[in-house]
Ligand binder design. Sequence first.
Ligand SMILES: Nc1ncnc2c1ncn2[C@@H]1O[C@H](COP(=O)(O)OP(=O)(O)OP(=O)(O)O)[C@@H](O)[C@H]1O
Length: 227
Amino acid sequence: MSKAILQIKSLSIRYDNHVDPIIKDLSFDLYESEILCLRGRSGSGKSTIVAAIMGMLPDYHAQSRGEISYQGKNLLTSTEAELRAIRWKEIALVPQSSMNSFNPVYTIRRSLREMIILQDPTVSKKEMEKREEYLMELVYLDKQVLSCYPHEMSGGMKQRAAIALAMVYTPRILILDEATTGLDTKVQADVLGTILRMKREMNMTLLFISHDAELGNTISDRKVELK
Ligand SMILES: Nc1ncnc2c1ncn2[C@@H]1O[C@H](COP(=O)(O)OP(=O)(O)OP(=O)(O)O)[C@@H](O)[C@H]1O
């Protein structure tokens, strides 16, 4: 039996401008090497949970209680320095609408390079090229795509490039927030295929956030429903 890599325990989150908590006493475990689907209707708080896991809740007007336990640390009470060591490096996110958030004047290569250099400022040109090609291969994109600007790419290509960007640090957990929303069925299937392959070949642990129950059933090993 796999062990829990991330544990959400009695999590409650309330924004100051809401009377009631958005998340009420939520508990679930994410097991190593599984795809867990977190499903809920629009406004049920899926992106709020993602922000809490990533340590990106707007602290000035959001109060949280409970625990998000990762490697013996409660992420809700971790310092910014502790979170910085985990965010993107161990737990990475493909945010909602990420395919539309590429810098329009950057090629995909330049977007990837900025992330790769952030990870390792001393990286050699040769090593960087190897990393770029590996990341393209990982998400089933031809390496020619590295020279493309976002407007030259289809939605599915951009979404796979967004996944490649999140994989620069080889995180242990990848969170995909509405990763296939807005894509047509065929393209959706291609992106899902990429995600399943990453799980299979890299033993990735994935938290798949979706409002779509059918999609959740198709891709995930287990499901958590938000009320
Ligand atoms: N930063 C914020 N400040 C105040 N309220 C917020 C903030 N972020 C989200 N909310 C509110 O919290 C509720 C849940 O929003 P959230 O985006 O987490 O839901 P969601 O399930 O991800 O929705 P969707 O599927 O539409 O993205 C909504 O009522 C939203 O207006």
